[in-house]
Structures are given as C-alpha cells and as structure tokens.
Ligand binder design. Structure first.
Ligand code: NAD
Length: 286
C-alpha cells in the first residue's frame, strides 16, 4: 500500500489555512515566512519557488530575499540581524546549501531560535533532545512521523523503528521523534555492521541515506511501514532523468505493509511542515 504524501500534505495545508484565518481574526496576526536564498543553485530555486507559492496559498505572508553568490558571510549575518528584529517576520529559513565561502553552522547559529522554522539551531535541537516543549522541529522528520501515523495510527509505542542515516537534518531528529513516540529506536549509518539483518527487525524503517534504491526487498520485515526520505536523480533505461528514493520501491512494495513513494511521499510533507512551524512561531510570538 502506498502512503500518499501529496494528499496528506494537502490535508495538512487545509488545516493550516483555517489556523491562519483564526490567527488573523482573533489576534490580528498574519504569519510571515522569509526565505533567504544565496546564489543561483537551480534545485534551490525550485524549492524556494514552491515554498513561496504554498506559503501564500494558506494565507500567510511570504517574502523572498535573493542575494548574489558573492555575498559575504558578514553581509548575510547583517541581513539575518534585520530579519531577527523584524516583528512581521515569524519564520526565517536560509536555503541550504550555502556557497562554500559561507560557514553554514555560523549562519544557523545566528538565526533567532524562535524564528528558526527549519529547526536546525542548537537551541531547537537541544530542546528536541531533552523532550522539551516549544522546540521548532525539523520539517522532513516531522513529515515522516505524520506519514507513519497515517498508516499505523497515533500510537507507535513499542514498535521497533530502524533509521538508516544519522544526519542532523533527517536521521538524528527523526530518531528522536520516534523515541518520543515510545518506539524502540536503532540508528544505523555507513559504519553499521549487518545493516540488512538490523533492517529485517524493523516495524518502521526510515531510509535517509542518499543512495538510489539502496534498501532491498530482502531487508524488509513482511508488513513493515517504510518511509523513504531519499531523493536521488538517476537516468532511466532510455537516458531520461528520473527521481528515485533510497528504497528499491518496485520490489519492496510487495513485502512491506505500506511505503511512501518517491516522488509524492515525504517530499510534499516537508514544505507543509515548514508552514506548520511558521504558524507555531507566530502563535508563540504573542
Ligand atoms: P546525508 O548525506 O547528510 O546523510 C546520509 C546518511 O546516510 C549518513 O548519516 C550516512 O552515515 C548514511 N549512509 C551513507 N552510506 C551508507 C551505507 N552504505 N549504509 C548505511 N548508511 C549509510 O544526507 P541527508 O541530508 O540526511 O539526506 C538523505 C537523503 O534524504 C538524501 O537523498 C536527500 O536528498 C534526502 N532528503 C529529502 C528531503 C525531503 O524533503 N524529502 C529532505 C532532506 C533530505
């Protein structure tokens, strides 16, 4: 069975549009998201365009700041200082990757944590680690949990969740969220031994590896819920470019209980959760 991320994201955006309307009516607040894009990376430009479009569609204010590739770290920090002070801006997102001469960790640390809607600031990741309320949680991991619950229901407790990947953007935060849901969590990575054997124990398998069709059907426990975070561009037999996930979808589909397709699974959830975070940030700014 497919878990339809497009549909789940569309449903979430509908709920968010109602929340935005209420915030406007009851508190006079219009949630505002500003996306900062440095340089002209084509993939980043597409992401930013989609973010702007969907932000406006739910009734929020969307601003985009495009800076040339030669922008210095100091100039970007100055820009962020203005945005941190601007009361009409509730969410700030600096599109990654940044040009090589800019240190991403310095930039992330400079975003006011209450406006850090990507959830990458140490204050937010620390809160997530401590299980404190009030953290802005990274968007893709949030989307993974929502999708798993779409199939399994709200109670994930006691399930064995295996996460492949330990990045700060996906692997680690998704593992922490699964732990918060009372799953028994195993984090695996490039140095893990017997990866296939560990995956075979998973009731929930989250693949965030960045390797096309890496997870094979033999690794899947029959009936497992598979969340495929990977987005990999490959060429099909005719040489045409296509997107595939980290899971060998065609073969895994017949073994697992449910799977998120690529495209149309986790991808659409990321922006929907970004809007959700911005609305939460706006609610808390009062
Ligand atoms: P990353 O490169 O930062 O991390 C990849 C992880 O995979 C690492 O922790 C590494 O240890 C692990 N890994 C690599 N080779 C392995 C192996 N042979 N066996 C086991 N583990 C191995 O990547 P990331 O930023 O976490 O992204 C992962 C994937 O998710 C990418 O395809 C990326 O494009 C995609 N992604 C999708 C979204 C979305 O919105 N759907 C968002 C973020 C990332």
């Amino acid at each position: 069975m497919n878990i339809d991320g497009k549909q789940v994201a569309a449903d979430l955006r509908k709920t968010l549009a109602v929340k935005v309307e209420l915030l406007k009516k009851e508190q006079g607040i219009v949630p505002g998201l500003t996306v900062v894009l440095v340089g002209e990376d084509p993939a980043s430009q597409i992401y930013v365009r989609n973010k702007v479009k969907q932000t406006r569609e739910v009734g929020m204010i969307s601003n985009e700041i495009k800076l040339p590739v030669e922008t210095t770290q100091t100039q970007l920090l100055e820009e962020l200082a203005h945005l941190n002070d601007d009361k009409s801006v509730h969410g700030i997102l600096v599109q990654l990757p940044l040009p090589k001469h800019i240190d991403e960790s310095v930039i992330i640390a400079a975003i006011e944590p209450t406006k850090d809607v990507d959830g990458f600031h140490a204050m937010n990741s620390g809160r997530l680690l401590n299980g404190e309320s009030g953290a802005l949680v990274p968007c893709t991991p949030q989307g993974c949990i929502i999708l798993a619950k779409t199939h399994l229901g709200d109670d994930l407790s006691g399930k064995h969740a295996v996460v492949i990947g330990r990045s700060n953007i996906v692997g680690k935060p998704v593992a922490l969220l699964l732990l918060q849901e009372n799953c028994t969590v195993t984090i695996t990575h490039s140095r893990t031994k017997n990866l296939a054997g560990i995956c075979q124990q998973a009731d929930i398998l989250v693949a965030a590896v960045g390797r096309p069709e890496f997870v094979k059907a033999e690794w899947i426990k029959p009936g497992a819920t598979v969340i495929d975070v990977g987005i990999n561009r490959i060429e099909d037999e005719t040489g045409k470019a296509k997107l595939v996930g980290d899971v060998d979808y065609k073969n895994v589909q017949s073994v697992c209980g449910a799977i998120t397709p690529v495209p149309g699974g986790v991808g659409p959830m990321t922006i929907a959760c970004l809007l959700k975070n911005t609305i939460e940030a706006a609610q808390r700014c009062n």
